[in-house]
Design a binder for this molecule. Structure first.
Ligand SMILES: Cc1cc2nc3c(=O)[nH]c(=O)nc-3n(C[C@H](O)[C@H](O)[C@H](O)COP(=O)(O)OP(=O)(O)OC[C@H]3O[C@@H](n4cnc5c(N)ncnc54)[C@H](O)[C@@H]3O)c2cc1C
Ligand code: FES
Length: 246
């Protein structure tokens, strides 16, 4: 059963983000890139969030406030009981030995790549991670310092130049070739730009965000037309290899 009872164990504000931690009744294992549908008190539809981190019964989500649902979640207090469907979808396949992964995170896209960075470092891969935000204050210090301690080769990109490299992440890509595997999570425009800019010989995995109502393949609210037919992002993705989409 994917439906789990959970209790909010903490909620920490991290600048423009907040970290929601749930304690679930039945712990589970997840693949980096998988997601959960999380109940929002008072709302009929659950909301999809990447599984940022799992430690025993504790599951964490890095959330950016967007509309009513995420505003409601930001006000939630420890002790509140809610339901979550998890783990859902297909995550990122790990790279073959000898390849060099490059992770590309646009904004809250870091939430979908954080577990991957941890797993790759655990397997002794050299990990290059570019993370783009609007400006310095958007980067949660605790996450940046954690990634650095993990040994990730981290490049921060800011649109206003207040930290790291100035500009859009898609204009600041490092040199790469067929020995690299690229993993990207971020806004639609960023993923579309990457599909154009990254040559077809280079493996590129994309974590997509589509509006989702059920998260389990039943409602068809997340369908995507691809050359190989209709895909439901919640069950056929959210991670797709670029070739599946073109
Ligand atoms: C697989 C997946 C992983 C995601 N991971 C994260 C994450 O880790 N952190 C994070 O902050 N956000 C993440 N999102 C986006 C997040 O789900 C939306 O920002 C959130 O649902 C907005 O809800 P709302 O009620 O605040 O906004 P509203 O705009 O009021 O939402 C109205 C409805 O539209 C849906 N919706 C709105 N925007 C999105 C969106 N971008 N993607 C999917 N559904 C949307 C909502 O679920 C809701 O049903 C993810 C989305 C998907 C599909
Ligand atoms: S969200 Fe219902 S089918 Fe994908």
């Amino acid at each position: 059963m994917l439906l789990r009872s959970a209790e909010v164990s903490s909620l920490k504000s991290l600048g423009v983000y907040f970290l929601l931690e749930l304690k679930v009744e039945r712990p589970f294992e997840s693949t980096p890139g998988q997601f959960a549908m999380v109940e929002v008190p008072g709302r009929t539809l659950m909301r999809p969030f990447s599984i940022f981190e799992v430690e025993g019964p504790y599951v964490r989500f890095l959330v950016k406030e967007k509309g009513k649902g995420t505003q409601e979640l930001k006000r939630i207090r420890p002790g509140v009981k809610l339901k979550a469907l998890c783990p859902l979808g297909k995550g990122f396949p790990l790279p073959e030995e000898g390849t060099k992964p490059i992770l590309l995170a646009g904004g809250v896209g870091i939430a979908g790549l954080f577990q991957l960075a941890k797993e790759l470092r655990r397997r002794f891969f050299q990990v290059q991670l570019l993370w783009g935000e609007r400006g310095a204050s958007w980067f949660p210090f605790t996450i940046v310092s954690y990634l650095l301690r993990l040994g990730v080769d981290l490049t921060l990109c800011s649109e206003d130049g207040s930290i790291g490299l100035k500009g859009l992440l898609t204009d600041l890509l490092p040199p790469f070739g067929e020995k690299n595997v690229l993993y990207a999570c971020g806004p639609k425009e960023m993923l579309e730009a990457l599909m154009v800019r990254v040559p077809s010989g280079v493996k590129l995995y994309l974590g997509l965000e589509e509006r989702m109502a059920c998260g389990v393949g039943a409602c068809l609210s997340c369908v995507l037309q691809t050359p190989s037919g209709t895909k439901r992002v919640c069950v056929d993705g959210p991670v797709f290899e670029r070739g599946e989409l073109l």
